[in-house]
Design a binder for this molecule. Structure first.
Ligand code: AMP
Ligand code: MN
Ligand code: MN
Length: 317
């Protein structure tokens, strides 16, 4: 595989961006690449565009340089879409559409062919962060770069637990921790630690969850009113669907929160028998076999009815 610097020869202006509602992998991979390109190409202008990262990611060097405002019309020499297809980049998509050259670094099975002129797409990779690591010259990696990439890998593998973790993932992780950052502390701070209201709303979602299809599916929804009551934002709901998935006997967990009058953001998790990437793709979303998402219209009853039909089809097949 060609290293990323070979694709960036004689470029002055580079933009990096991930997907809307950025998760740990999205932020870690974008920031690792950002720090690396700033170092490797000191003469170039490098920008990273993301929606405001959660406070837990303030331990990543340079996070204060993240640009959240995409109103300026800039034509970049290169735009790099990381952990996403261009259609899920939000406001930064315009930089992808107008750039002279586009690069896509992604690991979603729903993005098989890539959306860039140059594509580094591997659904076998645990995370976009693991893919970014492959594209860097080892001698230029330093502690802050290693730490950002490591955080991304930790988040998308559930601390190296999910089935996307491969021997290669752990080899990369081993190299990364040799840079000497406090990996144990940052797993706690960025992955396990929750605020009081995050735990409260998790409790509420578990309490109100419903099992169906003979216990093979579990579902919970949080409406706008409840989110306002607890004063939580979507990032505070991360992890609820993973907790639902751990219920014994469950093959598929569904969590949704209200994003509009008749609109829900849906998260799906599978224990292996259901391909949730397929389910999410059917409704215009995407993701991985065991973790996927989409946005759906209608009441939450409509959403759950439509989803369960697709899930049932797979379980019966
Ligand atoms: P989430 O449930 O939002 O944590 O997402 C689970 C996985 O599916 C992540 O890898 C997301 O990047 C991916 N995903 C979520 N929503 C979408 C979507 N609308 N389109 C494509 N991929 C998605
Ligand atoms: Mn992601
Ligand atoms: Mn990812």
């Amino acid at each position: 595989m060609k290293k990323i610097l070979e694709e960036l020869k004689a470029t002055d202006r580079i933009a990096i961006s991930g997907h809307v509602r950025p998760d740990g992998d999205c932020i870690g991979s974008c920031m690792g690449l950002f720090l690396y390109l700033k170092k490797a190409l000191p003469g170039a202008e490098v920008e990273v565009y993301l929606e405001k990262p959660a406070d837990i990611f303030s331990c990543i060097k340079g996070i204060e340089h993240v640009k959240t405002d995409c109103s300026a019309d800039i034509c970049y020499d290169v735009c790099i879409a990381v952990d996403t297809v261009s259609s899920r980049m939000g406001d930064a998509e315009k930089y992808f559409n107008t750039a002279k050259k586009t690069i896509n670094i992604d690991h979603h099975i729903s993005n098989a062919s890539g959306c860039g002129m140059v594509n580094y797409v591997n659904p076998q990779a645990s995370s976009a962060s693991e893919l970014v690591y492959e594209l860097l010259e080892e001698e230029l990696i330093d502690e802050p770069i290693a730490k950002a990439i490591y955080i991304g890998m930790v988040h998308d593998t559930g601390v190296f637990q999910y089935s996307n973790t491969t021997p290669h993932t752990l080899e990369v992780a081993a190299k990364l921790i040799s840079y000497g950052f406090d990996f144990s502390g940052l797993i706690d701070e960025t992955f396990y630690e929750k605020t009081y209201v995050q735990n409260q709303i998790l409790g509420r979602a578990l309490l109100e969850s419903i099992v169906f299809m003979d216990g093979k599916c579990i579902f919970s929804a949080i409406d706008k009113k409840t989110m306002d009551f607890y004063k939580v934002v979507p990032k505070d709901l991360d992890g609820i669907v993973s907790q639902l998935r751990t219920t014994r006997g469950v093959e598929c967990a569904i969590f949704m929160y209200q994003t509009g009058q008749q609109e829900y953001k849906v998260s799906l998790r599978s224990n292996g028998r259901v391909d949730v990437a397929k389910v999410a793709s059917y409704f215009g979303g995407g993701g991985h076999v065991r973790a996927a998402g989409c946005t759906m219209q209608g009441t939450y009853h409509d959403c759950i009815n439509n989803l369960s039909l697709q899930i049932e089809r797979q379980l019966e097949a």
